[in-house]
Design a protein around this ligand. Structure first.
Ligand code: ADP
Length: 180
């Protein structure tokens, strides 16, 4: 494997809507009709084009099942595309939450590969309104992304954390995983 295919992987503090990756990921809900948190911020900044495309998708194939991912343009965002995925709602950990969260990250990465998107930025899926414990979510996010980017394709994959507290959790979890 030559170094030119190596993926740069970064964990940063910031706002996902400001990223100039080719695609950013939205932590949406199944209706794809917008909401609070990241979802609200993306639709506000990206403009009505994104919602119009989401409506078309829902008309064609129905709501987005948790763990799955769909793609729209980025509207007025710097990113050309938004990949919308739906994470699990935390219900105590025995309702398949981990598998759904893993699928959400994995399906975003696979959809990006399929569309030949080379750079991708993720928020921390399910750790806001959906209440997934941060440490557990960070472990799944990091393991899924790191395993996936071992197979060449992406130039850069970023995890964009909105505040210092959750950023620290991701960095500490990354250190822990790297030691194992
Ligand atoms: P979910 O419903 O999947 O829990 P939320 O949007 O409520 O999604 O929260 C997911 C995470 O995204 C939270 O950790 C929240 O702090 C963070 N977040 C909120 N706004 C932004 C933003 N503009 N950029 C990056 N992360 C954000």
């Amino acid at each position: 494997m030559t170094t030119k295919f190596k993926t740069k992987f970064t964990i940063i503090k910031g706002d996902i809507t400001e990223q100039d990756s080719q695609a950013i990921v939205n932590a949406a809900n199944s209706s794809l009709m917008g909401g609070g948190g990241v979802d609200g911020a993306i639709h506000r900044k990206g403009g009505p084009q994104i919602l119009a495309e989401c409506k078309e998708i829902v008309n064609k194939q129905g709501q987005c099942v948790p763990g799955e991912a769909v793609i729209t343009s980025g509207g007025k965002l710097k990113a050309a595309y938004v990949i919308h995925t739906v994470g699990p709602i935390w219900r105590g950990g025995n309702s398949g939450e981990a598998e759904v969260l893993r699928n959400a990250y994995y399906n975003c990465l696979q959809l990006a590969r399929l569309r030949n998107i080379k750079s991708l930025a993720f928020p921390s899926i399910s750790t806001g309104a959906y209440k997934y414990p941060w440490e557990l979510a960070a472990q799944i996010a990091l393991e899924t992304i790191i395993a996936n980017i071992k197979k060449p394709h992406f130039t850069e994959v970023k995890l964009v954390l909105f505040n210092e507290d959750i950023y620290k959790v991701y960095v500490d979890t990354y250190k822990k995983i790297s030691r194992e």
